[in-house]
Structure formats: C-alpha cells, structure tokens
Design a protein around this ligand. Structure first.
Ligand code: CAA
Length: 701
C-alpha cells in the first residue's frame, strides 16, 4: 500500500495501520495512505474497517513540519470526507494521544474506541491555530457547545474516561491488546446492525445556547489572551457550528484556519514547539547515553522551594525524603506541602485518595545519615555560599557512590560547589522556579566536570516530572537571571527618566508579559533584590539602577507582602493602585542624582526593556552558556512569563530585525548610558552580516 500505511483484511474486518514514527503525524504520505486504504475497503469483502496506529500513539495531528510549505494533495479534509462517507462502518481505535488532526480523523469515523490510558485533544490553540479539519464543527455537535469551547480554547488532552462522558469516545476497551479488542468491538457493531453514525448529521438547536453566551465567552478569553488571536477565532467557528449548516461552518473554519496559519503569532508558537523539543537535546551527547536509575530522591531544605520540588517527585510516584535542620522546621515544611495539596483537592483538581498517595511518598528527616540510599539529592537551602558548601561536604560523606548531587542555586558557582565534594562529576545544577510544583522551567546547569550520564539523566528526569528543561553552563544567574538583570535595570532607569511604574508595567503587559517588571518586583518582594545587592560587595553598584527600590525597602515597602511597594495593594483583592507617594519619591531621587526627567514614549519603554534581554542573550550564546537561541527562548517562555505569541526574546529579535536592535542599542549607548548599552559582539556581527539568530543556530547546529 504505502510504506507508512498498510491495509489488510482480518476476519472480515479491514484494518488500516498507520506506522509513521515518531508520532504518526498526518504527513502527505500518511494522508494518501489512509485515503487509498479507505478507497480499497469500499470494494473488498470487509464488513467494517478499523483505523489504528502502530508505535507509541494514535495520530498526533497534522505534520507541523509541513506548515508554511505549499499544500500537498490529498488534503486532510479530503481524507476526512472519504472516511465519513464510507459505505462501511469505520472505527477509530485509539491508544496514546489522538491530537489535533488525529482526533479530527477519529471524529470522521463512525465509532471511536480507546484503551483506558488514551487521551484525546485539540491542542492547535497552543500552536496559534485552530482545528482546521472539522474539529470546531464536530466537537460541539457531539459534546455540546460549552464543553467544546472549553476543550478547544484550552487545548489540553482529555483522558479516555472523560472523553467517553463527553461522547467523544463510544467505547473504552478493556485489556491492553488494542488490535484484538478493536476487532472484537468492530465485529460486535456489525453483528448488532449498528448504523453509520455520522457526526455531521447532528444539528445543534441555536435556542439551546443562552443569548449573549458567545459574547461573554469572548470577554473571558480576552482577559487571558496575551497577544493570542486563535482563541477568539475558535469562538467564531463554534458560533458558526451553532448557527449554520455544517458545510458552511466548515467553510468558516477553513477561512479562520487559513488566516491563523500565516499569522506571526502562529509562527512564533510553532517555533516554541520545536525549540522546546530541541532544548531537551544536549549537543554532543549520544541519544543512547546510559542513564542512572532514580528511584528515590532527597531534598535538602523544606521551605517553599524545597517543598514544591518534593511535590514534583511525589506527583509522578517517586518517593522523596525532605531534610530539615529541626523537627519544627520539618513539620512546617511538611505542613506547607499538605496545605498545597489540600487546596488542589478543594479546587476539585485532585481526589482525596490521590492526595493521600502522594503524601505517603513524602517523608521527613533531620538526619543526613538517612540519605545514604537515595539516588538523587537536590539542595534547596538559602542562597548562602558557605551553607551550600557545608551541605555538599556532608552529602559527599553520606551519599552512596553514583548518587547525583544537585543544587537548586539561582546564582552560585556550581563548579565551586562541586569542588566541595570528592565527586564533582556527580554534581549538577537543577534550578527550579518558584512555585516549583507549578512553574514548568527547569534550568539544568552543567558544571565543568559534570558527567554526561548525569546530564542525560537529569534532562530525562526533568521531562518525567513535567518540566521543560534547558541546559545552561555556569555563570552568574545562568541564562534566565543573568539576562533579567538588564531588564530590571532598565525598568528602574525608566522611572528615573520620567516614566511611571504604571506606564512601564502597562507597556510590558501590552506586549504580553504575564506581569510588568515592577509588579513582579512587588510580588517577589523588593527585599530579595535589596539583599542580593548587599551580598554583592564585589561590584560597584550604580545608584541610578536601584535607588528607588532601595528607598522603598528602607521605607518598609517590601511589595505585596507588606501591602505596598512600587504600588499600593488593596488588602482584600490585592489589586494594585498607583501611589502618588512613590511618584514623588522617584522625582526626588531623580533630582538628587541630577537626572533630568522627560516624557517617555511607549516605544522607548518597549525597546529599553526588551533589547537588553536580547543583547545579553547574544553574549550568552557567544560564550557557550546556552546551546542555542531557542533554548534561551524556552527559558523565557517557561520561566519568566514571556508571551508565547512572541516566541521568546531571541525569536522576537529576529522578527524585529537584528539591525534595528543593534542600531537602537547603539543609540541608547550614545544617549543614555555607555556602561549598560554596549552591544554584544555577536549581535553586531550578525546585524552587519544581515543574519538572524536562527541563521546562527543553523550554522552552529
Ligand atoms: N508534527 C511533526 N512532528 C511532530 C508532531 C507533529 N504534529 N508532534 C510531535 N512531533 C515530533 C517532535 O518534534 C519530536 O521530534 P524530535 O524527536 O525530532 O525532536 C518527536 O515528534 C517526538 O515528540 P515529543 O518529544 O513531543 O514526544 P512525546 O512523547 O513527549 O509527546 C506528543 C508526544 C504528545 C504527541 C507531542 O509530541 C505533541 O503534543 N505533539 C503535538 C501535537 C499537536 O500539536 N497536534 C496538532 C497539530 S496541528 C493540527 O493537527 C491542525 C489540524 O487541525 C489539521
């Protein structure tokens, strides 16, 4: 038939098997193979047809690598039309994940069965597009309008049992042998005279949707859109599913899909998809690098960070020991974990039984001797170099040979920490972001002597606990926090130059940042930066970069936790409000430092905030701290609230044009501050050569 799709008749049931690793995506060859098989089945002696996949999953969607290229025949809608109009029953048999075009293909079948571990979903919104092969028309017809909108605008996979409740799956199969269970199911359908059930024949009564429903839904989505346009287009399509016959609805869907696929947002989100997968790969490390077994983990420090990290492991069934210095500190740490899980249970996102299972996996200790059996230890104590060195000295004496010793430090030198042990090859940085049980990013920090198998193990483990990993070499702040310094500095300098906190944050938030830099400062606590500055006695601090923040801390305005920082906070709602007292303080500080205040345009704010990220990113690349520009993007997308619709700072730079970024940096160097605005040599070189960071990535792959 074709080398990726085969067809055979087994016991009067036609079996179409897609076998196109890694995820059976709907490439041209797969589409053509399925179409040919369905066509063949129309005229043979099969009584029904089963569509299933080999390998790890059912069809995981359109082949994203084909996006942006000229369309190849047959199109997915053609394949889907052929399946739906088949004169014999077609049954989709799902395992793994039926995603995007994969689920749409399954929805064109007359029946769907799935193994209990299967999941189905329409994740297109995460790529800045929408289901373009009938998903927006068929899901509301079968699952209802609200459920369809929730599913398609969130893009998250739905487990088989829930999908069955929604009507998306007709039969949850028992047993693990997909093929034989699906054949039995198909035969039963034939024997019972089951009808050719076509979702397109279901119509939705427009009166069943409350007046104003779609308007309300759009408003709700707009609040979390952050520069994304696909969610609103999805509402348009589902509205068409309600108000128009299916073929007209499908035409609306196609039109919206076509608009979205060529949008800059979708391009950025597709970049993020592939960058995320690329970041998991370590250059020079063979795919088959052996891994160390990680069956038991210990965390040193039961504070917010340590507790959050412990939850990450318990959540995937790995036992964790939490070590604290006293019984009281331990009880406090375990109490926070219990509280966090209870909140999840109260929100209905976890069952009591699941909570109990996870809590059972977390035990406490105050003795280092209890760590002799663990395979991995993650230190999450205060950012105090002396304490960290002491901890690693102790770990070295109690941990078994081959145990991985990781530090969660945000700033300290991982090489120095490694030297505190007699096994620097086993030491690595695992930099989690707070709250560690929620934030997706894990910066894996490679010391000079970190062994390859340690790196490979930690990257794999990171994925297992649901993190997106990016590799960094050792430098102050690693990739993310090092870049952040220029961003934070400019936010502060903009205030002195005449912008208000509200103006600075509004520009960042309009760009799509989850929160503006000054509001983030208030959330994290202004005392954190204050203490960090005090600890860095090795450098001379320019007061223009922090004088307002310092004064606020000295006025006991520490941010949200003290009710005021750059802003005042409503004690009940925590809503932020501009504070004339802060505006007066800024003016006073500017006058003291001889800074002449002026009107600052939003464009200047945007460039001054984001171009330092790009400039430092270029240095980080050139120094080999990050492997690729895409890895830097991943750090910012998953660790710092950078808008995915902009693809990350380095991708954004390529879209703006490196020449413009470079020219503007030179302009700021000449007019604002020569120290802060020296262009990175790599940025200058690429700009002069008319190249992009993406070009650099290709040349240095
Ligand atoms: N197209 C092309 N390549 C894909 C792909 C797709 N849809 N999905 C995954 N891949 C590739 C990945 O890039 C990766 O390649 P490398 O090994 O070369 O890095 C490989 O498959 C394995 O992917 P993962 O590392 O992500 O594997 P996983 O086991 O962790 O996850 C998965 C598997 C859940 C299927 C995940 O890959 C995934 O979510 N894929 C995307 C699914 C998706 O977005 N589908 C919708 C596509 S758009 C669409 O279908 C539009 C439409 O309406 C027609």
């Amino acid at each position: 038939m074709s080398n990726v799709v085969s067809y055979e008749v087994v016991d009067k049931i036609g079996v179409i098997t897609v076998d196109s690793p890694p995820v059976n995506a709907l490439s041209q060859a797969v589409r053509e193979g399925i179409l040919n098989a369905v066509t063949t089945a129309q005229n043979d002696d099969s009584e029904a047809v089963v569509l299933l996949c080999a390998g790890r999953t059912f069809i995981a969607g359109a082949d994203i690598t084909e996006f942006g290229k000229p369309p190849l025949s047959p199109s997915l809608p053609e394949v889907i039309a052929a399946i739906e109009s088949s004169n014999k029953l077609v049954v989709a048999a799902i395992h793994g994940t039926a995603l995007g075009g994969g689920l749409e293909t399954a929805l064109a079948c007359h029946y769907r069965c799935a193994v209990p571990s299967a999941k189905v979903g329409l994740p297109e919104v995460k790529l800045g597009i929408l289901p373009g092969a009938g998903g927006t028309q068929r899901v509301p017809r079968i699952a209802g309008v609200k459920a369809a909108l929730d599913m398609i605008t969130a893009g998250n996979p739905v487990p088989a049992a829930a999908a069955s409740d929604m009507g998306l799956i007709d039969e949850v199969l028992s047993g693990d042998d997909l093929k034989s269970a699906a054949l039995t199911y198909a035969k039963d359908l034939v024997e019972s005279g089951a009808l050719l059930k076509r979702i397109r024949d279901i119509s939705i009564d427009p009166a069943s949707v409350e007046p104003g429903f779609f308007e309300q839904y759009r408003k709700k989505l707009a609040r979390r859109a952050r520069g994304q346009i696909a969610p609103d287009a999805i509402v348009t399509c589902v509205e068409a599913a309600v108000n128009k016959p299916i073929d007209e609805g499908l035409a609306v869907e196609r039109e919206e899909f076509t608009k979205l696929i060529s949008s800059p947002e979708s391009k950025a989100m597709r970049h993020a998809f592939f960058a995320e997968r690329e970041a998991a790969k370590i250059k020079g490390l063979p795919k088959d690098t052996p891994l160390r077994d990680i069956n038991e983990v210990a965390i040193i420090g039961g504070g917010t960070m340590g507790g959050g990290i412990a939850m990450c492991f318990a959540n995937v069934g790995i036992p964790v020991k939490l070590l604290e210095i006293s019984d009281e500190a331990l009880e406090r740490g375990l109490g926070i974990i219990r509280k966090n899980y209870s909140i999840t249970v109260k929100k209905g996102r976890m069952s009591e039984a699941d909570m109990a299972k996870r809590l059972e996996l977390i035990s406490g200790t105050t003795s280092y001797d209890d760590l002799s059996s663990v395979d991995l230890v993650i230190e999450a104590v205060f950012e105090n170099p002396d304490i960290k060195l002491e901890v690693f000295g102790k770990l070295d004496s109690v941990c078994k040979p081959g145990a991985i010793l990781a530090t969660n430090t945000s700033y300290q030198d991982v090489n120095l920490i490694a030297e505190a042990t007699k096994r620097p090859q086993d030491v690595v940085g695992m930099h989690f972001f707070s709250p560690a049980n929620v934030m997706k990013l894990l910066e894996v920090v490679r010391g000079d002597k970190t062994a390859d198998d340690v790196l490979a193990t930690v990257m794999k483990l990171g994925k297992k606990i649901g993190k997106v990993c990016a590799l960094s070499r050792v430098c102050y702040g690693f990739i993310g926090n090092r870049m952040l310094q220029g961003y934070g500095r400019q936010a502060h300098r903009l205030l002195l130059d005449g912008a208000t906190p509200a103006q600075v944050d509004a520009v960042a938030e309009k760009f799509g940042m989850a929160m503006g830099p000054l509001a983030v400062g208030d959330l994290a606590g202004l005392d954190v930066g204050y203490k960090a500055r005090q600890a860095r006695t090795d450098i001379k601090h320019d007061p223009r970069n922090h004088c307002v923040a310092t004064a606020l801390v000295e006025m006991d305005r520490l941010g949200q936790k003290s009710g005021a920082g750059y802003y005042k906070y409503d004690p009940e709602t925590r809503a932020r409000q501009s504070d004339p007292e802060v505006e007066a303080l800024i003016k006073q500080k500017a006058a003291e430092l001889g800074v002449e205040q002026r009107e600052i345009s939003d464009e200047e704010i945007l460039d001054r905030l984001f171009f330092p990220l790009i400039n430092e990113g270029a240095r980080i690349l050139e120094e080999g701290i990050a492997q690729r520009p895409g890895d830097i993007d991943i750090v910012y997308l998953y660790g710092y609230g950078f808008p995915v619709a902009k693809g990350g700072p380095m991708f954004y730079a390529d879209q703006v044009g490196l020449q413009r970024v470079y020219d503007r940096i030179c302009e700021f160097r000449d007019t604002l501050d020569a120290d802060s605005w020296q262009p990175a040599p790599l940025l200058e070189k690429l700009a002069k050569e008319g190249k992009t960071f993406a070009d650099w990535a290709q040349e240095n792959a």
